[in-house]
Design a protein around this ligand. Sequence first.
Ligand SMILES: [Mn+2]
Length: 321
Amino acid sequence: MNDLFSKTDYSLYSNAMTFVRQPYVKDPIDVDADVVVLGVPLDMATSGRPGARMGPDAIRRASVNLAWEAKKFPWDFKLFERIKVVDSGDLVFDCGDAEDFTYRLEAATGEILKSGKMMLALGGDHFITLPILRAYAKHFGEMALIHFDAHTDTYPNGSAYDHGTMFYHAPKEGLINDRHSIQIGIRTEYKVETHAYNVINAMEANDLTPEEIVAQIKAVVGERPAYFTFDIDCLDPAFAPGTGTPVIGGMTTDKVLKIIRGLHDINLVGMDVVEVSPPYDNSDVTALAGATIALELLYAWASMRPEPKQAESVTGEPNGR
Ligand SMILES: [Mn+2]
């Protein structure tokens, strides 16, 4: 068979770069897939340094580095034999129009959910999570939020389009239940009078074991549908310098990955990775952290899905290296 044009590219440098080399499908609604990756290149709501609009592109470029390892260490199955993932590129919206953006992101998310697929969103600044949660809540009702961040983003002041206010509004809109939600890695001030979330602050998170943190998250979230949002600034700037509002004293990538693996059996319904800002990155380290966390979240989600039928895996398709 001639594979001149169909051979899988495991290089780190060539070809158009989709998330972990999965197929690009501009309109994912009628496609047979389990997961849609959607880039959301917005940084209009950022209060600090912009640049997160370049995040989806940087995360995809870093993610091709993860394509060759068909069974990512230390998982015990091959992700793309278990689930079908398509990359539908980036949300397109009219530049500078916050209302148009918010409408389009909620509507696109809603269409993806209606088509029976899960969405992985790549930010973009953290404001993107609010329209996404609005679409998810219409589908799943009030959810639990698992929120990794240096900041609570529960600040009551600011405009309706501000990347520091989403989780002030989300419980008031009935999208999430703050008492059954948890924020991990916090190391900036917040107002306790407007705040009912459970918090494992960064000092505590750095002293606790991953197992202890997983147990606390599960105790808060229970069986509820859970949305997972990961602000890359949860990580210490040593691991993720490329972000708009870095704060020292954060978590390590190692601990975060162990926690994600420990959460594989919760009722995870959606996920995003936000605030990767390539202009402040060094050697793509932040983009690689974002890509790897996103991929491990997909592994966690897929680990509870049924295994594929045996017949398909014995056909001659290469399994990577
Ligand atoms: Mn943050």
